[in-house]
Design a protein around this ligand. Structure first.
Ligand code: C5P
Length: 403
């Protein structure tokens, strides 16, 4: 399953300045990054800049007691889906090829079980040296992937040759090729996603709302767009920016959401991640309801249209794949199975939003179960971005191939 946690090992070379841009670009694409700075790397970039860009603590010392307590160098290495070494200096490559473990970076690299991608950067003479040639050949034989180095001018005055670290976007492409095989998987497809809460008006200033942040739905829209789909996102009121490359339609109430969904062009996949209010106030007041002698008002609620069921039960223009979400606080799987049948959709993505569910609502991580006609598949806890990425891979695989 694709995921998106990267352990970035920053070696001590002048190219480390480019690694700051690399972090920014990987973050833009939804990867989460933990960085280890070698002692020498700290001479070129500061932990403050790296930590600010990754929005995570920066790891430097093998025997830092606080960090050992929180994370531990073995877990640091094992938690990642991909280890990226950039810049991979001659020294780091030599340590990797010889199994040295005399600092945090080399220890983590030795303990890592995930694939490793190295972006070498060094002086051309060092790159051409038989020792480096031998180390690179051995690492390649072990499955370490390399991006670069490139030909060009060196930081040393007047020198040029093979040894420049690849540009950040080239490294990003190498990362995506490994972690996001879904890239392009939804090319030529149209995907509709609903996301966020709905606000049901009581009067012009008050609403009935819920705690949905829209993070999971927005992440799915963004991941589908990255996979090449044309994406329409119908979003309730959220504090998130519109995802890049996605047509976002902003709505407030369930009825507005339904209208926007009905107005959308035909789609191949429809994902209903929004937390739609089940009820609305029968007649919202035109003027603000005043506190008065009559005491608190009585609100009469009526049921909202079920947007998911409406689309799943279309006789004409039904999307090939209709996906619902089930936010449950108890009996997660039983309720999801019942919902699959009741709504007529193809797949339910169920999650536990009880307090024990780990703050899914508004949080960054999610534990989901995929409930379909074939049974249940439970996924490990992942970031919402990683869940989105993995779901998009699933959607692509579930669609009938195009002739
Ligand atoms: O019935 P329940 O609200 O638990 O169902 C959740 C699923 O149904 C979600 O996918 C949600 O987006 C969708 N839904 C909807 N319209 C509603 C209520 C729920 O599309 N009125």
């Amino acid at each position: 399953m694709s995921s998106s946690r990267i352990l970035l090992v920053i070696g001590g070379g002048i190219a480390a300045y480019k690694t700051l841009d690399l972090i920014r670009r990987l973050k833009e694409r939804g990867f989460s990054i933990r960085a280890i700075l070698t002692e020498a790397a700290g001479e070129f970039v500061t932990p403050l800049s790296v930590g600010t860009l990754t929005a995570e603590p920066v790891f430097r010392e093998l025997f830092d007691l606080t960090q050992e307590h929180d994370v531990g160098h073995i877990r640091l290495a094992r938690d990642a889906d991909l280890v990226v070494v950039a810049p991979a200096t001659a020294d780091l490559l030599a340590k990797m090829a010889n199994g040295l473990a005399n600092d945090l970076a080399s220890t983590a690299l030795l303990a890592a079980t995930s694939p490793v991608l190295a972006a070498p950067a060094m002086n051309p003479t060092m790159w051409a040296h038989p020792a480096t040639r031998r180390n690179v050949a051995w690492l390649e034989a072990q499955g370490v992937a390399f991006v670069g180095p490139e030909e060009g001018l060196m930081a040393e005055r007047g020198e040029s040759g093979l040894g420049r670290m690849s540009e950040p976007l080239a490294i990003v492409a190498a990362v995506e090729a490994r972690l996001r095989p879904a890239a392009g998987a939804l090319a030529g497809r149209r995907v509709l996603v609903t996301s966020g809460p709905t606000h049901e008006p009581i009067d012009p200033v008050r609403v009935i709302a819920n705690r949905s942040s829209g993070r999971q739905g927005h992440a799915i829209a963004a991941a589908a767009a990255r996979a090449g789909a044309e994406v329409i996102l119908v979003s309730g009121p959220v504090a998130l920016p519109d995802p890049a490359g996605v047509t976002t339609v902003h709505v407030e109430s369930a009825r507005e959401m339904l209208a926007a969904v009905e107005a959308a062009p035909p789609v191949d996949v429809a994902v209903f991640a929004a937390a739609v209010a089940d009820w609305r106030v029968a007649e919202d007041a035109v003027q603000k309801i005043k506190k008065g002698a009559g005491g608190p008002p009585t609100l009469t609620l009526v049921e909202n249209p079920d947007i998911l069921a409406t689309v799943a039960r279309r006789t004409e223009g039904r999307p090939e794949l209709v996906v619902g979400f089930a936010a449950e606080t108890e009996n997660v799987l039983d309720n999801a199975r019942a919902k699959l049948a009741r709504k007529g959709c193809d797949l339910i993505v169920a999650n536990d939003v009880s307090a024990g569910g780990g703050g899914v609502m508004g949080g960054a991580r999610n534990t989901v179960h995929l409930v379909g006609s074939g049974g249940v598949e439970s996924w490990e806890t992942m970031t919402k971005d990683a869940v989105a990425e993995a779901l998009v891979t699933r959607f692509a695989a579930a669609l009938r191939p195009r002739p």
